[in-house]
Design a protein around this ligand. Sequence first.
Ligand code: FRU
Length: 480
Amino acid sequence: MNSLLNQANEILNQVNASSTDHLRPKFHITPPSGLLNDPNGFIEFDGQYHLFFQWHPFACTHGSKFWAHCTSQDLVNWDFKPTALAPDASYDKNGCYSGSAFVLGDELHLFYTGNLKDEAGERVSTQCLAKSVDAELEIYSKIGPVIHSQPQGYTAHFRDPKIWQHDGRWYCVLGAQTEALTGQVLLYSSSDAYQWNYHGPIAGEGINGLTDFGYMFECPDLFPLDGQDVLIGCPQGIKPDGFDFHNRHNNGYFVGELDYNLSQYSHGEFHPLDRGFEFYAPQTTLGKDGRRLLSAWIGIPDEDEQPTVEHDWIHALSLVRSLHLVDGRVHQRPVEEHKALRGAKSEWAAQILSSEQALTFSSENCFELSLKAEEINGLFSLRLAEAGDHFVEISFDSATGIFKLDRSHALHQDGSRESTLAYTDRLELQIFFDCSILEVFVNNGEEVFTGRVFPQQLVSNSTVSISNSCIIKELIRYDY
Ligand code: FRU
């Protein structure tokens, strides 16, 4: 009988390069076929980066998840490795759910959630280990559950262990749901990463005065950043608040301090991390040089109807970003390594635009645009268009400081997302457009807007037009 792992590997080995698929990104990780969701097990080991992801190889739906495995030397060129985990054990047969990785000796360990529906159809969640058995770190042997059930007072929505080491001891945070159906983050610790002690909830409903904080907290990740402890994650069921939290499921972060002796996390407000339409389950790791690196799912739970399904794949991972704490806020920037992928460069001379003028140029459907505008007076707008019809509009109003990404003209999409920027008279944009993915970094990472847009056909001369009254200090396009 062909094992589940072999079946997944066969899919991996089939070349899936449909020439009619103009939506398949060139420099983002996408699944060979089937559905991709959360990044998992992001880690650097011996100079190599490993990035796993939740994968359902057999259909574009959320079935029993596998862990796909990619590696890279430079965070931008990724190779697929054999599938790391298949849902083939008694305790994870309904999915090897999300988790993280750590190194013990020469072995890479994977710490994940075993998802099981028991005979009565009830969910059973255990936190499980697997470890590498070969020098190439491609083959993983399952050790089994090391946290056998959720603590008292919690439901079986208990998952996504994120592990780290502090002062020689292992810690992990887990996403959880209380029996009162509220979301919390739980803290555990261990001397050997195999035997775990429960310390209690450290964030979520009822903690640090938080109320109305949703019904489940998914994919927590707690890490030090520039002297603070940042907790990122995805509280499900929180309500929109001003410009914040308008997606069906949202992401965000707290900045605070974890008291390891008291197992208490004091923190400030919960802020959105990425303000775009599709961004979920971000996971970080420490880079070779001490940078805090992040990867995320460009997708949202319960939103799986996209035109790529026609080509048997759905969703992608974000570009790897580095995180920085600036005035108490987390800023995200694309890693410098990304510059290595840049192709032909087109640069426009600095110029003054009046409000009646438009700057227009053609572009392939895969590019990076870098723009610096100053002395903005009025409404600045930048449009991406195909065949004369714009599908994305980025605007900034110097009167209010409101920045807006609008994709309501794009096929299958609607809506816009907004935020108020710190400065009102200038704007810096770094836009990555990769066939059907848009990542817009605003003001050197002050805000990021990530989302999918689906041009109707291969765009060979999309138009980027800018109209406003301002000084364009810099405008550079790189083809990819
Ligand atoms: C988040 C999530 C995780 C879970 C995984 C299952 O998108 O729901 O909580 O572990 O996806 O694929």
